[in-house]
Design a protein around this ligand. Structure first.
Ligand code: CA
Length: 259
């Protein structure tokens, strides 16, 4: 039952009466797309149960039972979130998490484990986990927590984001270029953070506007461009090795190195 990686390209078919993806009918309509999860769990019966429940809840899930299979899946696909068991047969689940974060991957990770010590929990969270759920758990709680993670603007909390020679401590709200502190306004930081969390990928303009501006802010069609212009100037002045590209009509992308 494990190692379903080979099937992972098969879409989960929505029920015949569904006009839109299952996720849209079951929860937050703002996330009206199928979310793709990776489940890493070596207990076959639990894995099957969780996978079935998550599929019913509208998620597309790939399931693996070893750290080795997990690494294979993670290197070949991009997931919206990962559910990670710590006690795996071939390796400690934390090693997978450490490698993900070490590789600047901010995919949300929820640890699912029987280890209930405070120290275990702290270690998990410090390694870059976004949430922690103890076994035994109630399925609705797992689903609710995953939804909460996916609603967050981005991945791991308290993680240091890096791209090229820039380093953004998201907890301390500090940006360094080559070890030198870069003075940015709160808005410039929010904009940079959202671009950094998706470095190498295009971030829609609309998404950035929603993150940067509140309901009460006066926003003109040009506001974001003006802010980006200032951010680009400060980054270039600070010696940033990469650049922020404009993808016309779509959004923006932060590249680690200048073209
Ligand atoms: Ca286990």
């Amino acid at each position: 039952m494990l190692g379903k990686i080979n099937d992972r390209k098969l879409p989960v078919s929505p029920p015949a009466d569904a006009g839109r993806p299952a996720a849209c009918r079951t929860w937050d309509s703002r996330l009206c797309v199928i979310m793709r999860l990776l489940l890493i769990e070596d207990e076959t019966s639990l894995l099957d149960l969780v996978q079935r429940s998550l599929t019913r809840a509208g998620f597309t899930t790939d399931a693996v039972g070893t750290a080795d299979e997990a690494r294979g899946a993670l290197s070949g696909s991009r997931y919206d979130a990962v559910v990670l068991d710590l006690g795996l047969p071939d390796e400690d689940g934390l090693a997978i998490l450490r490698d993900l974060r070490g590789g600047r991957d901010t995919t949300p990770v929820l640890i699912l484990t029987a280890r209930d010590g405070v120290e275990d929990r702290v270690t998990g969270l410090n390694t870059g986990a976004d949430d922690y759920l103890l076994k035994p758990f109630a399925m609705p709680e797992l689903i609710a927590r995953l939804k909460a993670l996916l609603r967050r603007p981005s991945g791991a909390l308290g993680v240091v984001l890096e791209a090229g020679n820039i380093r953004f401590d998201t907890a301390g709200r500090e940006v360094m270029v080559d070890g030198r502190l870069l003075a940015l306004t709160a808005r410039e930081m929010t904009l940079l953070e959202n671009l950094l969390r998706r470095a190498g990928r295009v971030v829609p303009k609309r998404h950035l506007e929603e993150r940067v501006y509140g309901f009460d802010d006066e926003v003109t069609p040009n506001s974001l461009e003006v802010l980006l212009h200032r951010l680009r100037r400060k980054l270039a002045g600070g010696g940033f090795s990469g650049e922020i590209h404009t993808i016309r009509g779509v959004g923006y992308m932060l590249a680690e190195t200048a073209a």
